[in-house]
Write a protein that binds this ligand. Structure first.
Ligand code: NDP
Length: 442
C-alpha cells in the first residue's frame, strides 16, 4: 500500500496532521524514490508515528469556586537527534490533530537549526483569554502536576506557543521546581532573571526578518521602503514588526481574532510600543489601536491579505491564509510570503505561490529562530551561564543563515529558482532520517 494511504488510514479525523504530512510528502516521497535506503528503513512512515502521546485530565477551580476540567496533551514525536523540544499551546482550538501536526513540523524545524533537539508539542484546550492571573496560575499548576513526570532537561523541554507566554511559563516552571525540588532548564522562554536567554522573546520574529534579509541578499534587494502586511499581534507578530521597522520597512497591518487594523502611514516604533502594552499588559484587543490612532482603520472579522504589499508575514495561526487570499496578495503585487506562524497558508495557497514563482518560505524554516534560541537557552542552562544579548543575536543570525543555505542546497530548481518549501522539507528530513538509520529500528 502507498505510504500516504497507510498514514491516512491510521489517523482518521486528524485533518491538520494529515495536511502537514501531505505537504511534506510531496517532496519527500520523490526524494525517497531517488534514495532507496530511506525506503528500505521506512523512515518516513516511522516519522509520521509519534514515539509517545500523553493525554491527561487537568482539573482546576475558577474564581467563583466552580470546578473546571480541561484536557492536557504532550506529543513526543521524535527524540532521534535530541530531547523532545517544542512549545505548549493553550487555545480552545487545541486537539490531538493540531498538536500532532505541530510536533511533526517541529521535528523538521529543529533539525534545520543544526542543534541537537528532537520534536514535540503539547498544550490544552484551555483559553487564558478573559481569565484572571490567579485562574491562569491554578490551571498551569494543575497542568504541570501531571506533565512533570514526562519531561526533564535531558528528556523533553517544552516552551511557549499561542496562549503561553512569559506569565504561563513562570507558573509552569514554579510548579515543576516545587514538585521536583530542583532548579533545572526544563522549560525555555523563562524570564531572564531565572534562567531565560536574552533575545528569546524576540527570536521568532527577528529570525523571520533575518530570513527575509537572506533571500534579499541573493537578489540584491533590501527591506528599506518595503510595505509589509502582518497578521496576529502576539509574540511573533510584535517582534517581526519591530525588526521590520528597524530595517526601514513600512508595516501597515496587524490583527487578532476579532479583525485587523490598517495604518496606511505605517506602524512606527512608538505605535508598536502601544500595541505591546495593549497586548502584554492590558490584555486588550487590537481594535483599540484606532481609538489611539484615529488615522488607522479597523476591519472587524476580516484578514489583512487584501491590502497591497511587497511582503506578507502571516504570524497568527494555522490555515489563516487560503487560496483566495493568496490570489489577492499576488494580484496586488506581493512577491514574498514568509510564515511566522506554523502552517498559516492552506495547501491551495501554497500551490498558487509556487505556481506563480512567489518567494514562499514555510514556517519550519522561516520561524525556526524561536526554537533555535530556545536551544541556546538550554546550552546556557547546562553551562549555568548567561550570554550577552549581542552573542545570542549573532548566533541567531548564523543559524538562520545556515537554514537559508540548506534551503538553497536542497531547493534549487532546474531554472535556478529556489523552492524554499522543497529545500526546507528535504533539508530537515535528511538529518533525522540518517540518524534513524544509524540508531536501528526503534
Ligand atoms: P500569541 O498567543 O502570542 O499570539 C497569537 C496571535 O494570533 C494573537 O494575535 C491571536 O489573536 C492570533 N490568533 C490566534 N488564534 C487565532 C485564530 N484562530 N484566528 C485569528 N487569530 C488568531 O502566539 P505566538 O505569537 O507565540 O504564536 C503565533 C504563531 O507563531 C503560532 O502559529 C505559533 O505556533 C507560531 N510560532 C511561535 C513561536 C514562538 O516562539 N512563540 C515559534 C515558532 C512559531 P487573539 O489574541 O485574538 O487570540
Amino acid at each position: 500500500m502507498n505510504i500516504l494511504t497507510t498514514i491516512q488510514e491510521r489517523n482518521p479525523g486528524e485533518p491538520e496532521f494529515l495536511q502537514a504530512v501531505h505537504e511534506v510528502a510531496e517532496y519527500i516521497i520523490p526524494f525517497i524514490e531517488q534514495n532507496p535506503r530511506y525506503k528500505a528503513f521506512k523512515v518516513f512512515e516511522r516519522m509520521a508515528e509519534p514515539e509517545r502521546v500523553i493525554i491527561f485530565r487537568v482539573p482546576w477551580v475558577d474564581d467563583k469556586g466552580e470546578i473546571r476540567i480541561n484536557r492536557g496533551y504532550r506529543v513526543q514525536m521524535s527524540s532521534v537527534i535530541g530531547p523532545y523540544k517544542g512549545g505548549l499551546r493553550f487555545h480552545p482550538s487545541v486537539t490531538l490533530s493540531v498538536l500532532k501536526f505541530l510536533a511533526f513540523e517541529q521535528t523538521y524545524k529543529n533539525s534545520l537549526t543544526g542543534l541537537p533537539m528532537g520534536g514535540g508539542k503539547g498544550g490544552s484546550d484551555f483559553d487564558p483569554k478573559g481569565k484572571s492571573d490567579a485562574e491562569v496560575m491554578r490551571f498551569c499548576q494543575s497542568f504541570m502536576t501531571e506533565l512533570y513526570r514526562h519531561i526533564g532537561p535531558d528528556l523533553d523541554v517544552p516552551a511557549g506557543d499561542i496562549g503561553v507566554g512569559k506569565r504561563e511559563i513562570g507558573y509552569l516552571f514554579g510548579q515543576y521546581k516545587r514538585i521536583k525540588n530542583e532548579f533545572t532548564g526544563v522549560l525555555t522562554g523563562k524570564g531572564f532573571e531565572w534562567g531565560g536567554s536574552r533575545i528569546r522573546p524576540e527570536a521568532t520574529g527577528y529570525g523571520l526578518i533575518y530570513f527575509v534579509q537572506e533571500i534579499f541578499k541573493t537578489i540584491g534587494e533590501t527591506l528599506e521602503g518595503k510595505v509589509i502586511t502582518i497578521s496576529g499581534s502576539g509574540n511573533v507578530a510584535q517582534f517581526a514588526a519591530e525588526k521590520s521597522i528597524q530595517c526601514g520597512a513600512k508595516v501597515v497591518t496587524m490583527s487578532d481574532s476579532d479583525g485587523y487594523i490598517y495604518d496606511q502611514t505605517g506602524i512606527t516604533a512608538e505605535k508598536l510600543a502601544f500595541i505591546t502594552e495593549l497586548k502584554e499588559v492590558k490584555r486588550g484587543r487590537i481594535s483599540e489601536y484606532v481609538d489611539r490612532y484615529p488615522g488607522a482603520r479597523f476591519f472587524p472579522g476580516e484578514k489583512p491579505w487584501g491590502i497591497p504589499c511587497d511582503i506578507a508575514l502571516p504570524c497568527a495561526t494555522q490555515n489563516e491564509l487560503d487560496g483566495h487570499d493568496a490570489r489577492l496578495l499576488i494580484d496586488n503585487g506581493c512577491r514574498y510570503v514568509a510564515e511566522g506562524a506554523n502552517m498559516p497558508c492552506t495547501t491551495e495557497a501554497v500551490a498558487l505561490f509556487n505556481k506563480e514563482r512567489i518567494y514562499y518560505v514555510p514556517g519550519k524554516a522561516a520561524n525556526a529562530g524561536g526554537v533555535a534560541v530556545s536551544g541556546l537557552e538550554m546550552t546556557q542552562n547546562s553551562l549555568r551561564y548567561a550570554w550577552f544579548k549581542e552573542k545570542v543575536d549573532d548566533r541567531l543570525r548564523i543559524i538562520i543563515k545556515g537554514i537559508h543555505a540548506t534551503c538553497v542546497q536542497y531547493g534549487r530548481e532546474e531554472d535556478g529558482h529556489i523552492n524554499y518549501e522543497k529545500g526546507a522539507n528535504i533539508g530537515g528530513f535528511v538529518k533525522v532520517a540518517d540518524a534513524m538509520i544509524d540508531q536501528g529500528v526503534v
